[in-house]
Design a protein around this ligand. Structure first.
Ligand code: ARG
Length: 287
């Protein structure tokens, strides 16, 4: 037996991952913030007396849409409705998996008309399986889809009964996670899928039991700290490689780069005044 001395690999890679992240093209639904405003407060980020600049919000939203297009993703648009200032947050409009649509039913009266508006868009665009929900749920705000499971938030908006209803309609296992910090009132403010098998999240947003569930399901998860969570850094959209993320989440952006992902920083500071970031503005249409 010949024993060769340990040498440094000549093909060494700076990445600490076994597989190179791979981008998969997506189809998104977005809603231009033509009627954006902060006129009521249904989460701790919203202060109606502070005022929001609609033109600035539109410019930031356009930059987000352009970033998706530059990455090769498809963006469909839903017509904004006057009097629905939060309609820009398309993620809340539905959950679409395997071409089947689970409609949204909003927790707060101010946003309730958005549910039927989004359901109608899907019906008109050739989606036959649109389920009108019997339980309060805010679409992809609280449902995040991976290859084998759908992670579902509860505690502030979406009811657990909706988790069960979504599982039945979509035929995918739904895992309930309990949110405990009012700043992170939707699951998508505290966690995002990096790809179909792994996630990034902020443990402080979850109950002890749900933290244990996340540790068990995702031993290689990317853990984000309080500072990154506090700028809605976890409200990010990954295509498996490129991660569209709030520019202020500097720690998380550096960690993503270390892990071989390509961060795509965006400025959505105006929309954050309503408690939203890149993911909130983005509903994924999965065929
Ligand atoms: N103002 C909106 C609300 O509180 C923000 C929604 C953000 N959307 C999201 N997917 N987290 O309902």
């Amino acid at each position: 037996m010949t024993v060769s001395p340990v040498t440094e690999s000549t093909t060494s890679t700076p990445l600490t991952i076994d597989e190179e992240p791979v981008a998969i093209p997506r189809r998104f639904l977005m809603c231009r913030p033509d009627h954006f405003a902060v006129t009521y407060a249904i989460n701790p980020w919203m202060d109606p007396s502070a005022g929001a600049d609609r033109d600035r919000a539109v410019a930031q939203w356009e930059a987000l849409r352009d970033a998706y297009l530059a990455l090769g993703h498809q963006v469909s648009l839903i017509e904004p409705v006057a009097g629905l200032p939060d309609m820009v947050f398309a993620a809340n409009g539905a959950l679409v998996v395997g071409g089947r649509v689970y409609g949204a039913s909003f927790a707060h009266a101010e946003r309730r008309p958005e549910g039927p508006a989004y359901a109608e868009w899907f019906r008109r665009n050739g989606f036959a399986d649109v389920l009108e929900p019997s339980h309060v749920n805010e679409g992809e705000g609280d449902f995040l889809t991976l290859d084998e499971v759908i992670l579902a938030g509860t505690g502030f908006r979406t009811e657990i009964a909706a988790h069960q209803e979504a599982q039945e309609h979509l035929g995918r296992p739904v895992v309930t996670l309990r949110l405990v910090d009012p700043r992170f009132y939707h699951l998508d403010t505290a966690l995002f899928p990096l790809d179909g098998r792994n996630v990034a999240y902020h443990p402080g947003a979850f109950s002890p039991g749900s933290r244990a569930v996340l540790e068990r399901l995702f031993p290689n998860a990317l853990i984000a700290d309080e500072a990154d969570a506090a700028v809605l850094g976890l409200n990010a959209v990954s295509d498996g490689r490129n991660v569209v993320i709030n520019a202020e989440a500097v720690g998380l952006i550096a960690t993503l780069r270390d892990r071989g992902y390509t961060p795509v920083p965006v400025d959505l500071s105006e929309l954050r005044k309503a408690g939203g970031g890149p993911k909130c503005c983005t509903l994924e249409i999965r065929h």
